[in-house]
Design a protein around this ligand. Sequence first.
Ligand code: HEM
Length: 186
Amino acid sequence: MTTMTPGRPVGSARPVPARPLLRPGRRKAVLVAHVVAAGAWIGIDVMMAVLVGVGLGSDDLASRAAAFQAIGRFLAVPMLVVAIACLATGLVLGWGTRWGLLRFWWVTIKLVINAVLVALVGVALLPGMGEVREHGESLAATGAATGDMSFLVFPPAVSLLALLVATVLSVFKPWGRVRPPAGRGA
Ligand code: HEM
């Protein structure tokens, strides 16, 4: 027996939504895309953390060179794509369900986290990837380092922590509404 409509927050008894909501089948399809994008994003972050660990910590020069080349060539663009996909599907879910975008703290905070991470990947991570690739190529060709790559520890660490927070918020949905519903006092 169903006790609540999917997509409808418990206790939100607003009779007529201000906008058309997603039909249940569409909502589930978008939710699948959202969760897959979030999972892929976490996976790429884990991959980056492992490669950064190899690049900075391995005793084997060839492994270090390969790790930096892989980071520089393959990670930032897919990361940006899944981060934007997660944001876009999240926006559709927020807009198309009674959760709203700025109605519940857990959604609003996730929106901020996702937007900040997309900006960081696009503005801070992506432009530096050429330098990382060249570092890997130089290690492979001559064994010479072209710079200090220890800054690469921060992107996967910050992103994984933020995505862990977003995942916990998604599952526990804490702190209720940003503002009380209309007609229920201040
Ligand atoms: C920051 C990265 C994000 C992660 C890791 C994430 C993760 C998740 C997960 C795992 C769920 C499924 C929860 C469940 O069914 O119990 C979910 C649902 C949801 N997410 Fe996200 N999310 C993120 C970003 C966003 C953004 C930016 C928004 C909106 C602007 C958003 C809005 C929603 C909504 C409204 C649902 C509930 C959909 C429904 O049940 O109808 N998410 N998210």
